[in-house]
Design a protein around this ligand. Structure first.
Ligand SMILES: Cc1cc2nc3c(=O)[nH]c(=O)nc-3n(C[C@H](O)[C@H](O)[C@H](O)COP(=O)(O)O)c2cc1C
Length: 341
């Protein structure tokens, strides 16, 4: 058996498989199902101070795109589709009590529930964080929601100075570990990670989903009838790029990987790129929370097959083997593999 335990700053996780914040973690039942399936930690659905952000959930919609790009009915899904959606946030009514009960359940399983805030303004985020810190062991501050480009009720922060300002404001309000979740769409998520760290983040989660748009060639209608946020297997190399570059520049700040993990091998890919844990949302929404247990079991097998007895030893191992372009010896002739039969 592989030792799957990992750490995020002062927090110990029994395994690196986390349920990411999403509609799958928006109710106590949903969170408990993720915990019962074996997740090392669950990030609850985000809230913020804006009633409009919670109302936005009532215009939410979720489309699946198959390998050929055509929409797939939810009943026909295979589980590997790309998810294009509009989403909103949870209502704060009874939220803290729910988080407290869910985290008590988590403790009985050696796991954790983290609270989550998808930001609108920094000071109210700090106030919500202060309340949450009474009932959960850590808080994730999502400064990068792609919906921030479409709706005012949440903000997508893409510059280092603003990331630092949001991080510092919330950091000053709480003593519990603070995870700052960064956007995919920034000039350099690596620079944002450094800004979050310098402003007091204990852990950095990267990278959020992208904004997306998908017209149907037969009807000329955009799928969902609007712009949206997108994530899918195709995003994984991009997520791994930024995790690995951030790890290469700073091996001390714990990283959580997110965006694109669908299988146990993908979880291992995130670890090998430098993440200490991995947040999974789409696979849970598409396959149900039980998939988290499969990911944990599968990760044990994948790491063992790769020669690891401890997940901790895999963290960043591929980064150590990656060469700079300048260090790659030239071929005698430029390669042309597309001409090979
Ligand atoms: C329907 C949906 C709702 C989401 N809601 C939130 C949210 O409220 N807060 C947040 O930080 N991330 C949210 N996310 C982003 C996920 O937490 C996760 O980081 C992202 O989907 C990438 O992981 P994946 O490839 O496993 O889906 C949401 C994602 C989806 C698909």
């Amino acid at each position: 058996m592989t030792d799957l335990s990992t750490t995020l700053g002062p927090l110990r996780l029994k395994n690196p498989v986390m349920a990411a914040s999403s509609e799958a973690t928006m109710t106590e039942d949903g969170i408990r199902a993720c915990l019962d399936a074996g997740a090392g930690a669950v990030v609850a659905k985000s809230v913020n101070e804006s009633p409009a952000a919670a109302r936005q959930l009532y215009i939410a919609d979720y489309a699946l795109l198959g390998d050929d790009g055509d929409p797939v009915e939810w009943q026909q899904r295979t589980g590997g589709e790309t998810l294009l959606c509009r989403s909103g946030l949870a209502s704060r009514d009874g939220w803290l009590e729910m988080l407290k009960r869910a985290n008590n359940h988590a403790r009985g399983l050696g796991a954790h529930v983290f609270g989550s805030i998808t930001v609108a303004d920094p000071e109210p985020a700090a106030e919500i964080a202060r309340e949450m810190a009474e009932v959960v062991p850590a808080i994730e501050l999502n400064v990068g929601a792609p919906h921030g480009r479409e709706a005012r009720a949440v903000k997508q922060i893409t510059g280092p100075e603003m990331v630092a300002q949001y991080t510092r404001t919330v950091r000053d309000a709480v003593d519990v570990p603070l995870i700052v979740k960064l956007p995919a769409q920034a000039d350099s998520p690596q620079a944002l990670a450094a800004a979050a760290r310098d402003a007091g983040a204990d852990v950095v989660a990267m990278i959020g989903r992208f904004n997306g748009f998908w017209p149907d060639p037969l009807t000329s209608e955009p799928v969902l009838g609007s712009w949206g946020a997108v994530g899918g297997p195709g995003m994984l190399p991009v997520s791994l790029y930024w995790v690995s570059k951030t790890f290469a520049a700073d091996r001390e700040t714990p990283l959580i990987g997110t965006n694109g993990a669908r299988s146990a091998a993908d979880i291992a890919r995130f670890l090998l790129s430098g993440a200490r844990a991995v947040e999974v949302a789409s696979a849970v929404l598409l396959n149900g929370p039980g998939v988290l247990g499969n990911l944990v079991t599968g990760l044990d097998e994948v790491l063992a097959a790769g020669g690891y007895t401890r997940a901790a030893d895999a963290i960043g191992a591929a980064v150590d083997r990656a060469r700079a372009y300048a260090d790659i010896p030239p071929n005698p002739e430029p390669l042309r593999p597309w001409e090979e039969t």
